[in-house]
Design a protein around this ligand. Structure first.
Ligand code: FE2
Length: 274
């Protein structure tokens, strides 16, 4: 399995998490959404353009639990088109350190063992995201590498993606370009500069998207992928949501640049899987 992971840059592990654990995390997310008032924020999240580059609500979310709406959440009168939980793009970025239910899901002996076996010396969970991919308006995510957002020297980012609901081509499952993790790093996304975020392009050659392979994933599946592994997902035009949870892990022994967008206060130190 390690050989397959090294070769493709991604591996799909079915039945890694129990359906009960997935259901408990979905319920906890919905409880947090229930307490969230969308009138307090109009931040939308999209990777097709970059409206949040000077948005403090986003920039300061590295050590908080914050909510980001879909591009198409509001109608022309400024009202939500759909129920609140079907208007959100994501929640992030420190539920794993701030919420007991997310903490318990994120820190298990099984995950610690996966991190150990893929070669981490001192893994720490840098961020968590709850991805809603709501029915009808769940937005497209263009092809990218996660290490362009979560850069360390040397690079050490690995993504852990959990299907909390069945993810299919119809509702916008993840898609990968196998072997694409051997490509160079294409960008440094969201570098902090004077209170804003700037993106630096290192290589603007196009991705060979014709080689993409869908990673359809039943509830409970874990997809582990290298920080340079190019991936994308289509919009969700179906009637079913596609909830997923992600953790991004880095190695504490690597240098974490002070101009990375995601920063934490000293009162919330990074922790591993224990
Ligand atoms: Fe990603």
């Amino acid at each position: 399995m390690l050989e397959a992971f090294r070769d493709a840059g991604v591996i799909v592990l079915r039945d890694f998490v129990s359906p009960d654990a997935c259901a408990a995390l979905r319920q906890r997310a919905l409880d947090l959404v229930e307490a969230f008032d969308p009138a307090t924020v109009r931040t939308v999240f999209t990777t097709t353009d970059q409206p949040q580059l000077d948005d403090d609500y986003f920039i300061e979310s590295g050590d908080k639990i914050r909510f980001f709406l879909e591009d198409d959440a509001f109608d022309e009168h400024g009202e939500l088109r759909q129920a609140k939980q079907h208007s959100l793009n994501k929640m992030g970025h420190a539920m794993h350190d701030l919420d007991p239910v997310f903490n318990a899901f994120s820190r298990t002996p099984e995950l610690a063992e996966v991190a150990r076996r893929i070669g981490y010396a001192d893994p720490v969970i840098l961020q968590s995201m709850y991805i809603f991919k709501p029915p009808g308006i769940g937005g497209e995510v263009m092809c990218h590498q996660d290490s362009t957002y979560l850069y360390t020297e040397p690079e050490s980012c690995v993504g852990f993606w959990f299907a909390l609901e069945d993810a299919t081509l119809e509702n916008g499952c993840m898609q990968f370009i196998p072997g694409g993790h051997r490509s160079p790093l294409k960008k440094r996304n969201y570098r902090r500069a004077d209170g804003k975020l700037v993106t630096e392009t290192l290589d603007d050659s196009p991705w060979p998207e014709e080689r993409k392979v869908a990673a359809e994933a039943a509830t409970g599946t874990l997809v582990v992928f290298e920080g340079r592994a190019p991936h994308l997902s289509a919009a969700n035009h179906s009637a079913r949501s596609r909830h997923a949870y992600t953790l991004h892990v880095i190695d504490r022994t690597c240098h974490y640049p002070a101009d990375n967008w995601l920063q934490r206060g000293a009162d919330l130190p990074l922790r591993g899987f224990e």
